[in-house]
Design a protein around this ligand. Structure first.
Ligand SMILES: Cc1cc2nc3c(=O)[nH]c(=O)nc-3n(C[C@H](O)[C@H](O)[C@H](O)COP(=O)(O)OP(=O)(O)OC[C@H]3O[C@@H](n4cnc5c(N)ncnc54)[C@H](O)[C@@H]3O)c2cc1C
Length: 554
């Protein structure tokens, strides 16, 4: 199909697909598997290159030369995204996001949580409550159970930090749990981190759902291929326009006439951007697209669909504290790229054991608390510890404010077609702020009798309230990379003053065959790191989409 001299292959004008899914992250991959399993032809379009070795990825440090592994496979190299994001992170987003096969699930730290029932019941509409999501949760966790001991010998390496902090919380009355065995116990509990890793490697959707999808003749994957916009006539999508990125495919790829569907799974920023470029969103943002290089090809303003895309943006509010204790032992995971410890690379390569089978930078313990605000709302705090900081015996612990948080922000698109967080979603509500402060006070209280423990941040003479107030509520200081909410699911149709962009079947209001299935549709924040919940949402959405009658408009 490649035209001579062209850098992109032109798409075939005759080949059509029942489903075109854009984006191969936590939302897109499971959806591709479920729809192809049901017998439909499915095209999965991913703008980034292959990541893990199984899919032809090539990026790796010297010590992986000659193996099929890449930086994405080895848990101990997951932090490389911060040291060397070039060619991996999205360049059109002002936040960190993975633009490779697997999206966030290729670059993240693999933390993998079975949601608390309130994650669904607090935020989601009817049909998406915890009881409705139970079957999808079971399906996800039977395929990707996760592990608290990623090293293949079942041992935890360098657990001194975990032992010190976990032991201290235990002594202060917090209860030890294996988190995913007790997903609803999130109040003054602690436990080891759970990862989606399997076999000492990354695992997750790339190693499960994508493998079964790719074994079907009806499934097609195009990497290095950028979707520009959904091509539509009124509310009906006829295909997707691809723009040449120097590789992959270009042109308009069509859905099966009449019955085909397009599913956006390009992430909280990527899907919103595609909606804007397809003439779906608030008028101010569509005018930015109109005034960009897209102008000449953009759908006419008489066909624009005015929906609150980009509003309702949320992320965990991250608040970092740092403590040090003489027991804590640091491991230089960044150093494992250029100057690894030979014994550790050897044991990893021989049998997937040792520190490199664990996520950088030695994550754990995790602990949880629920704070009831003066407004009556229960807010969930998820604390995530890691062994790094200003001293060799430091632990940095991030407090995430999740379920129950009320603050919201906004993302927009510039005339250069980049997405920007224009209103940060952090601590815009006094009770959100009070919960963050109270959680910190409670932790200080719990750790106050621990011998030899030093508070580095905040220092002893700074109150929790002063400390929280001193950290700017900006993405650079509070971001957790858990962006959600830009195309909210709900019954209150955003075209008529409501807040929802997609209906209960994840279909975009005002369209008959355009769907969004990824972090964008979450109405509110959940307790922990979101990738498992997004996979669950995708499983559930697949069921709903498959049960729909064919589109009516043409
Ligand atoms: C550094 C980092 C660490 C994280 N750690 C964790 C963790 O340990 N545990 C956890 O649960 N969560 C973690 N997260 C968050 C989690 O990975 C994301 O919430 C999740 O992957 C989002 O899923 P998604 O399907 O919405 O989007 P993504 O997974 O981001 O997938 C979107 C995909 O769409 C592609 N795309 C975008 N635009 C286009 C286009 N126009 N055309 C074609 N393709 C396109 C992108 O390249 C990407 O592959 C982390 C995130 C980051 C960035």
């Amino acid at each position: 199909q490649t035209a001579p001299g062209a850098t992109c292959a032109n798409v075939s004008s005759t080949q059509t697909y029942d489903y075109i899914i854009i984006g191969s992250g936590a939302g897109g991959i499971p959806m591709a598997d479920r729809l192809s399993e049901a017998g439909h032809s499915v095209l999965l379009v991913e703008k980034g290159p292959p990541s893990t070795g199984r899919w032809g990825g090539l990026m790796k440090p010297k010590w992986l030369a000659g193996t099929s592994l890449t930086r994405f496979d080895v848990p101990g190299l997951c932090n490389q995204i911060w040291a060397d994001p070039v060619g991996v992170s999205c360049t059109d987003v002002d936040q960190m996001a993975g633009c490779v096969l697997g999206g966030g699930t290729a670059v993240n730290a693999g933390l993998w949580w079975k949601p608390h029932y309130a994650d669904w019941d607090t935020n989601f509409p009817a049909g998406w409550q915890s009881k409705d999501l139970a079957a999808a949760t079971d399906r996800v966790f039977s395929r990707i159970p996760g592990t608290t001991t990623p090293s293949m010998d079942g041992k935890r390496y360098l657990s001194q930090g975990f032992d010190m902090l976990g032991g201290s919380l235990g002594a202060a009355g917090w209860k030890y749990i294996i988190p995913n065995d007790h997903p609803n116990e999130k109040n003054r509990t602690y436990g080891p981190s759970t990862f989606m890793y399997s076999g000492g490697e990354r695992g997750g959707p790339l190693a499960t759902y994508l493998v079964s999808a790719s074994q079907r003749k009806t499934f097609t994957l195009w990497t290095n291929t950028v979707a520009k916009r959904v091509v539509r006539q009124g509310g009906h999508a006829t295909g997707v326009e691809l723009e040449c990125n120097g590789a992959g495919y270009a042109g308009v790829v069509s859905v099966t006439p009449g019955t085909g569907r397009v599913i956006l799974a390009a992430g909280a920023f990527g899907s919103a951007k595609l909606l804007f470029r397809s003439g779906i969103g608030p008028t101010d943002q569509l005018n930015n697209v109109k005034n960009s290089t897209d102008g000449p090809t953009m759908i006419g303003s008489d066909s624009w669909i005015n929906l609150p895309v980009g509003y309702n943006l949320n992320d965990h509010v991250g608040t970092d504290i740092e403590i040090s204790h003489p027991d804590v032992v640091f491991y230089d995971y960044y150093g494992a790229w250029t100057k690894p410890i030979t014994n550790d690379t050897e044991t990893y390569l021989a049998n997937r054991t040792g520190p490199l089978a664990q996520a950088a930078p030695n994550i754990g313990p995790m602990f949880w608390e629920i704070i009831t605000g003066a407004d009556g709302i229960q807010r969930h705090l998820h604390w995530q510890s890691r062994v790094e900081g200003l001293t060799p015996t430091s632990m940095t612990v991030t407090q995430y404010l999740g379920t129950g948080s009320v603050s919201r922000g906004r993302m927009i698109i510039t005339k250069q077609l980049n997405t920007v967080v224009s209103v940060p979603p952090y601590l815009r509500n006094e009770h959100d702020k009070a919960a963050v402060i109270q959680g910190l006070v409670n932790l200080q209280e719990s750790l106050k009798t621990v011998a030899n423990l030093t508070w580095i941040t905040p220092k002893a003479n700074v109150t929790a309230a002063q400390f929280v107030a001193s950290i700017p509520a900006t993405p650079s200081r509070r971001c957790s990379n858990h962006w959600i909410g830009t195309a909210k699911i709900g019954t209150d149709d955003g075209r008529t003053g409501g807040s929802a962009v997609v209906d209960l079947n994840t279909k975009v209001y005002g369209t008959d065959n355009i769907f969004v299935v990824d972090a964008s549709i979450f109405p509110g924040m959940i307790t922990g790191n979101p990738s498992a919940a997004i996979v669950i949402v995708s499983e559930h959405a697949a069921e709903k989409i498959l049960a729909l009658p064919p589109p009516t408009a043409a």
